[in-house]
Each structure stands twice: as C-alpha cells, then as structure tokens.
Design a protein around this ligand. Structure first.
Ligand code: GUN
Length: 278
C-alpha cells in the first residue's frame, strides 16, 4: 500500500503556476469573499491567501460581517465582476442562512467563477467543453494521475452526490472513460457496490464511514471527507487503519485531497487571467 502525498502533488501544481506567472510576467488577482465568523471557513480562506502569495497571485480579501444582507453581497460581486485587477472571484461557502447561495453564485461572472460553481460552468463540464474544473474533483483527478494508473475502463464508485464534489467527480471520471457509479444515502447494498470499485472516492462527511469490508483488494481509495472524530481530531470518511491494509493507494486526511483543492484554485485563477487577457 502506498500513501498518496497530497502535499507534494499540490506543491508541484503550485510551482507550475508560480513559474508560469513569473516567466510570463503575468498580473493575476483573486478576490476572496468571506461572510460571518465560521471558524473552518476562516482557516480555508487564510490557506487560500497563503497559496496566492506563494504563486505570485494578488489576493484581495473581503471579510463581511455576519449580518451583511444579500443585496450588499450581490453589489460587491457586481463590483468585483467589473474590476479588471480581479481575474477570479471566490465566495467562501457556507454563507449565513439568510443569504441565498445559489443567487450569489449565479451572480458571479462565469469567466471569473474559479470554483466552477456557476450553472454555466457546470453545464460546460457536463458537455466536456470547459475552462475551469471544480477544484476538489480536479484535485482528486491529479492525485489519481499521480499513481500512474490507467482510468479508462475502470470501475469507479463515488460515494456522495453533492454539487461541489460527488456529481462533478463522477463526470470527470466519466470523461476519462471510467464506468462510474454514484452512491448516496438511499443506495441499496452500498458495501456491495463499493466492493466493485477499482477506484473508490468517498465524499460523505462521516468519520469512519468506509471500512475495510467495503474495499476491493488493491483498490485506489480517495478520501474527500473532512470530519472531526470523537476526540476532536481532523479525519476523513475512511477508516484508514483497516482500509490501508487492503488497498494499493490511499489518501490520508489531513495531507491528501485538502491541499489539492487549493492548488487547483490557483491553477483556475491563472487560467481565468490568461483567458481574460485574450
Ligand atoms: N466551502 C467548502 N469548500 C469550498 C470550495 O471549494 N469553495 C468555496 N467557495 N467554498 C467552499
């Protein structure tokens, strides 16, 4: 069994971005919007700003108070849509309950939507003609590629059907000619389905959800979960102890998919900047 080192793969992606920006002397900017005081969101936003600095991308942070109303946020998005210094706009989710996330995402110019959450970008992904891929699924693809495993013709099982991870994840695997199954809370015989997987991607959000009996011998196991266990320690969906003995490759949490999401955001921001300067 080999552990896929998300830190080093993500480092390589960020270096690629940094070198291209430096060599071409590009001026690239990312606006990061955070509303309210969610602790986890604050950590993510700080990490995104740090990655920008490393890559030579200018980050503009907009930290708005919890009581910001929807109209104010939409107005800020309008301003950023028009700001030529800003190539990418990232509104950190979740937003406070009184703000309609879909409406805010729909307001971001698709050309600056570096999360690829806008319906236009989701549609482009569906038809395989896209500028940006959503950061977490794109990061997972990089991790699978780093194992030098052929994806074409493989049985892939994705657990979770969210718009951010599960659904686009399945689409990206399909684009590489995998046979893809999406499982969710209503799936019958979930363990049976998972045992078919040559590549198993879990995006459930429950610590210890994937156990060794659900994993085929020699499978690649990718853990997108970000959970806290009963001792408050950060952990994924996969019971690493038991599953790691059975699979060929596994991603740890932390240090697996997490750092990739941010690296792919840097790549998307660079791509946005290049497309906008055409
Ligand atoms: N919240 C959790 N993950 C993400 C992400 O990838 N992008 C944004 N904008 N918010 C998130």
């Amino acid at each position: 069994m080999k552990i896929i080192d998300g830190k080093s793969v993500s480092q390589a992606v960020k270096e690629r971005v940094r070198n291209e920006i430096a060599e071409k002397g590009l001026k690239i900017g990312l606006a990061v919007v955070i509303v309210g005081n969610d602790q986890a969101s604050r950590v993510y936003v700080n990490n995104k700003k740090k990655a920008c600095e490393l890559c030579g991308i200018t980050s503009f942070e907009y930290a708005l108070p919890e009581e910001t109303d929807e109209a104010q946020l939409l107005e800020l998005v309008d301003t950023l849509n028009k700001d030529p210094r800003v190539n990418g706009i990232l509104v950190q989710l979740p937003l406070p309950g009184h703000i309609d996330e879909k409406k805010v995402i729909g307001h971001i110019s698709p050309e600056k939507d570096v999360d690829a959450f806008h319906a236009v970008n989701v549609g482009r992904i569906m038809i395989g003609d896209y500028a940006f891929l959503p950061c977490t699924p794109a990061g997972v693809m990089e991790l699978i590629h780093s194992t030098e495993t052929e994806i074409s013709g493989k049985e892939c099982v994705v657990i979770g059907r969210s718009n951010i991870v599960g659904k686009p994840m399945a689409m990206l695997l399909l684009h590489e000619s995998a046979t893809v199954t999406i499982c969710h809370s209503k799936t019958k015989d979930l363990a049976d389905v998972c045992r078919r997987a040559d590549i198993l991607v879990s995006a459930v959000g429950k610590a210890g959800f994937v156990t060794a009996d659900m994993v085929k011998e020699g499978a690649i196991v990718i853990d997108v979960g970000m959970n806290r266990n009963s001792q408050g320690k950060l952990c994924g969906d996969v019971d690493f102890e038991s599953v790691s003995g059975k699979c060929s490759f596994i991603t740890p949490v932390p240090g697996g998919v997490g750092p990739m999401t941010i690296a792919m955001l840097m790549e998307n921001t660079l791509r946005a900047g290049k497309l906008q300067s055409l």
